[in-house]
Write a protein that binds this ligand. Structure first.
Ligand code: ADP
Ligand code: ADP
Length: 233
């Protein structure tokens, strides 16, 4: 069974103006260990799709299975638990807690998930070292460069060993050096078996994945394994 299976997802945003039909009927499966990039122009609905897959927004219709388990009746609290344990997320603007140190930002999800303080600290130290942030544990997020902040966000997203990592334009606010760095790290975690779904408007970044889903106007326009073979559900 796939790690993630979405069927018939639909989401319309109702705001000030005309309704935005962001996701218009999407079927998508992600297998364990895959690195999938969802790419397409701004406004295509990629970010909405990622929000649906991570339970940050609810679909109007359609369903999502995680490891074969239907999530349709999950409460907000249950989704919050899943995001702590099974789904890590990194965002374009990092979303770190600005008044907590780097160490506390990374440790917090582990503590909230019930990990003991010693183990949470050990996990945090391991990740900070791995991400080249050992000297930054006591810094505040605002003292770091964008690239460093995104590495902290990555550490936070991975601290509970989630089965799925969702990345929403993770390089979208970084310079070219930060972009290369975050993409190198995603590839490295993928090589170690991390399942990743990356959303990006940048086709060059999408080529780091082993499967590229082209998203256009709320729908999947193409789904291809890099190398040319068609992807299978
Ligand atoms: P992408 O990530 O591909 O840029 P989005 O999912 O952010 O696409 O947006 C898809 C469409 O939905 C756009 O027209 C956008 O303006 C609209 N949209 C996204 N989020 C909201 C929201 N919370 N309220 C109203 N419209 C939204
Ligand atoms: P991202 O694509 O990185 O999520 P956005 O600027 O598209 O960043 O969205 C930031 C927030 O604003 C999201 O919660 C999104 O749902 C919301 N949003 C996006 N487009 C609109 C819109 N047209 N009207 C209202 N809210 C929107």
């Amino acid at each position: 069974i796939p790690l993630l299976r979405a069927e018939g997802l639909v989401k319309t945003h109702y705001g000030e103006g005309a309704p935005a039909h962001a996701v218009r009927g999407v079927d998508l499966s992600v297998r364990h260990g895959e690195f999938v990039a969802v790419t397409g122009p701004s406004g295509a609905g990629k970010s909405t799709l990622l929000h649906l897959l991570g339970g940050l927004q609810r679909p109007d219709s359609g369903s999502i299975r995680l490891d074969g388990e239907c999530t349709d009746s999950y409460s907000e609290a249950r989704w919050a638990t899943e995001r702590r344990r099974r789904i890590g997320i990194v965002f374009q603007f990092f979303n770190l807690v600005s008044n907590l140190t780097v160490a506390d930002n990374v440790e917090l999800p582990a503590l909230l998930a019930g990990t003991g303080t010693r183990q949470a600290r050990a996990e945090r130290e391991k990740l900070l070292a791995e991400l080249g942030l050992e000297g930054k544990a006591r810094s505040m997020p605002g003292e770091l460069s964008g690239g460093e902040q995104q590495r902290v966000a990555l550490a936070r997203a991975l601290v509970n060993h989630p089965r799925l990592l969702l990345a929403d334009e993770p390089a979208g606010s970084l310079d070219s050096k930060g972009t290369r760095e975050v993409m190198r790290l995603l590839s490295r975690f993928h090589q170690r078996g991390q399942t990743i779904l990356l959303v990006t408007h940048d086709a060059r970044l999408a080529s780091a994945a082993d499967r590229v889903v082209s998203f256009f106007d709320g729908r999947i326009a193409d789904d291809a394994e890099l190398g040319g073979a068609p992807a299978r559900g």
